[in-house]
Design a protein around this ligand. Structure first.
Ligand code: FES
Ligand code: FES
Length: 158
């Protein structure tokens, strides 16, 4: 049976009608038109669907929409400011990590969650965070390089 939920997406309160089976990714993509969040698998293994849920990186394909009342969600659409990309996006692009780009929104949100919490994260911590993500195109080295470049850019802005 359909029910209404109200939650905040990219700092804007939204009320949507959902079915009990719907996941956060369905609401974001199909109801709110936020298609930057990608679905890359059906077994919770790719990380492409990662968003921030109440400040923590989560696979949006795992979260039932009915649990979202009052929650705060941030998606990839919240990172750039107008035409100015976020340093994380700049870093990944400059390091050549973006090939088809399908995995990148999830990776960017994972890095955002890490660096917002711990801007001086070690290389090991960055690698650990990236382990949640699959990329079919790029060598993971350029993704790591992009992450480190992003960290440097964010530090310079601080
Ligand atoms: S679509 Fe969510 S982990 Fe792959
Ligand atoms: S850039 Fe294509 S899947 Fe990662």
């Amino acid at each position: 049976m359909a029910e209404k939920i109200t939650f905040t997406v990219n700092r804007v309160p939204r009320t949507v009608e959902i079915e009990g089976w719907e996941k956060l990714i369905d609401v974001l993509r199909d109801q709110l038109g936020l298609t930057g969040t990608k679905q890359g698998c059906d077994d919770y293994s790719c990380g492409a669907c990662t968003v921030l849920l109440n400040g923590k990186a989560e696979n949006s394909c795992k979260v039932f929409a009915k649990k979202l009342n009052g929650a705060e969600v941030l998606t990839i659409e919240a990172l750039a400011q107008g035409t100015k990309l976020h340093p994380i996006q700049e870093g990944l692009i400059e390091a050549g990590a973006v090939q088809c780009g399908f995995c990148i929104p999830g990776i960017a949100m994972r890095l955002y969650s890490l660096f917002e919490r711990k801007l001086d994260a070690s290389e090991t911590e960055i690698i650990d965070a990236l382990e949640e993500h699959l990329c079919r195109c790029t060598g993971y080295e350029s993704i790591l390089e992009g992450a480190k470049l992003a960290q440097k850019k964010m530090k310079a802005q601080n």
